[in-house]
Design a protein. Structure first.
Length: 233
């Protein structure tokens, strides 16, 4: 449960930079984009760029078992046409490769693809915009839900001071078919998130993911906060 939630946070992070639908994408934010702009398209991340989040996971019903904070760094290794890229996501000794398309959508994690791409966040981002979350992983896990840009908000961060952001709320449910032949039952997991996406950086500076308790697992809260951003040279 813990590791899957951490990787969920990574997908949302890249969706924020993680995702789109069939809607037309807006233009990418400029370096001085801020409160005056009203619509933001998928940013053109380039090879050599990196960003680091400090992920804090709390097991709500058993806080003594909560793991210590962990750093998650994303390195953009290969840039493609119009902003598509391949990135490495590193957490401790574990590395995952993500493939992101021109609409800022995560289309694959390592060799596992998504149909269509992950759309926790859909560009262009505009206050009041809503969308339907709907995608299926290579294992057959189907995720559905809703997303909404609820407004603009200035939040205080330890690394970057006060940052102008768009506040995005999502709710989703993932249903896994399991593997009955090997004793793995089908399962359903839900979560909600609040994401603060910064137009000046083209990524989010903070997100909180809340997962309710089930019959077999504790309620969990994951907070990812941006601690370092290195632009491409």
């Amino acid at each position: 449960m813990r590791s899957s939630l951490i990787w969920l946070g990574i997908v949302v992070a890249l969706s924020s930079t993680s995702c789109g639908s069939s809607d037309a994408a807006g233009s990418a934010p400029t370096a001085d984009a801020g409160a005056a702009a009203t619509s933001f398209g998928p940013p053109p991340h380039k090879a050599g760029e990196s960003w680091t989040y400090r992920a804090t996971t709390t097991l709500v019903s058993t806080p003594a078992d909560s793991p210590p904070p962990a750093d998650i760094t994303t390195f953009v290794d290969i840039g493609g046409d119009r902003g598509a890229y391949i990135a490495r996501v590193v957490q401790g000794n574990s590395t995952v490769q993500l493939t992101v398309n021109v609409d800022g959508q995560v289309v694959a994690v390592d060799k596992c693809s998504f149909t269509p791409a992950v759309n926790y966040i859909t560009f262009p981002l505009e206050v009041g915009r809503t969308w339907t979350i709907d995608y299926t992983s290579c294992s057959g896990t189907h995720t559905t839900g809703t997303g909404e840009v609820v407004g603009k908000k200035t939040i205080a961060t330890a690394a970057f001071g006060d940052v102008e952001t768009l506040e995005i709320h999502t709710k989703s449910t993932s249903t896994s078919k399991g593997d009955p032949e090997n004793g793995v039952p089908a399962s359903t997991n839900s979560n909600s998130s609040v994401v603060h996406w910064a137009p000046k950086l083209g990524i989010h500076v903070k997100e909180q993911i809340d997962v309710p308790a089930t019959e077999t697992s504790s309620a969990v809260v994951v907070v990812n906060e941006l601690t370092q951003f290195v632009p491409a040279k």
